[in-house]
Design a binder for this molecule. Structure first.
Ligand SMILES: [Zn+2]
Length: 336
């Protein structure tokens, strides 16, 4: 996308829509579990939500229409669901295994176990205690299958089980993180903004860097003898998606998270660079993230409707408070 000359260029205004829709889809879910992940996937795969032709997001509807790819996504979602349930049931045992392995307190161990379960770094697969929890999980999921006698084969089987249950779970903390950043960055009241943790910045930076800008010349054709330096523009594109043998959640999750994170950062950069950029905010009444309109930076509600609803609620609350105060005063009179 070339630089806009003015913030209010149409391209600039479309900025921010992708991430706002993403966070708005997640908004009804208190905890991001499998239903929330499914809602996001369906939102982006069932309709072509991509604003720009070149975005990998525009591949997703085609994947959803392909029966094989769709079956793979469904299978991955089912495995994620199971992986989440296993965490719910066995988190304390897994934390206990980490506590023994690392020699740290329960609390620290629980956080490490969570990080390990919800990431693609399986560093505790070397620990006997961790693998014995997985043996319990195996017995629970496959009661009629016996684990091999040989230690090597047994560990290999348990490792495969763990990979199946956890390999796509890292999308959940990523979705949580982006939702949290939206809340911190664009609250209803701009003075309530909160700073990011360094790791949160790094998360955004990694996806953002995937674009690798190239320098192009606006309006240049091969017959032109010279290059006008004043027509140079940076063009940023999503680079290709790393190779993966299947197109399941591995591909879909990456494409969605990268597109929405880049959009989130790009809007923020425009806000920081252009004096007149108004950015986004979260409506105080309905909680939806929307772009600021003509109301300007002090705007707290997405629509006039939300503003009216908030005013009515405040009026109702005031009347109730007054009625309560009157009732209390009457009782106080009775007592004297
Ligand atoms: Zn609203």
């Amino acid at each position: 996308m070339p630089y806009a000359k003015e913030y209010w260029d149409a391209e600039e205004q479309a900025r921010g829509e992708l991430w706002r829709e993403f966070v708005n889809v997640l908004r009804p879910y208190r905890e991001i579990g499998i239903e929330a992940v499914r809602a996001v996937v369906q939102y982006y795969v069932e309709a072509n939500r991509s604003r720009s032709e070149g975005s990998f997001l525009s591949n997703l509807p085609g994947i959803w229409r392909d029966p094989g790819d769709r079956a793979q996504i469904e299978e991955d979602l089912a495995d994620m669901d199971l992986g989440l349930q296993i965490w719910q049931r066995h988190q304390h045992a897994l934390a206990g295994a980490v506590s023994k392995h690392d020699g740290v307190s329960e609390e620290v161990a629980h956080a490490r176990a969570r990080d390990a379960w919800f990431s693609t770094h399986h560093k505790y697969a070397v620990s006997d205690e961790w693998m014995s929890v997985l043996a319990l999980v195996h017995a629970e999921l496959h009661p009629s299958d016996r684990l091999p006698r040989s230690r090597e084969k047994r560990l290999a089987e348990l490792y495969r089980l763990m990979i199946r249950l956890t390999s796509e779970l890292h999308w959940i903390p990523q979705m949580q993180l982006l939702r949290e950043l939206a809340r911190k960055t664009w609250p209803p009241d701009p003075t309530q903004k909160q700073p990011w943790a360094y790791d949160e910045f790094r998360f955004c930076g990694e996806y953002y860097s995937d674009q690798q800008p190239v320098l192009e010349i606006l309006g240049y054709s091969r017959d032109d003898e010279f290059v006008d330096p004043m027509s140079l523009v940076p063009v940023k594109q999503e680079q290709s998606v790393p190779f993966s043998p299947t197109l399941g959640m591995n591909y879909v999750g990456f494409v969605i998270m990268r597109a929405v994170t880049i959009d989130f950062v790009e809007e923020l950069l425009a806000f920081n660079a252009f004096e007149s950029a108004k950015g986004s905010f979260q409506c105080e009444e309905c909680g939806q993230f929307v772009s600021r309109s003509f109301y300007g930076r002090g705007q707290r509600y997405c629509t006039a409707q939300c503003k009216r609803r908030a005013a009515k609620r405040r009026q109702r609350e005031k009347r109730r408070d007054e009625a309560e105060a009157r009732a209390w005063a009457e009782r106080a009179v009775d007592l004297t």
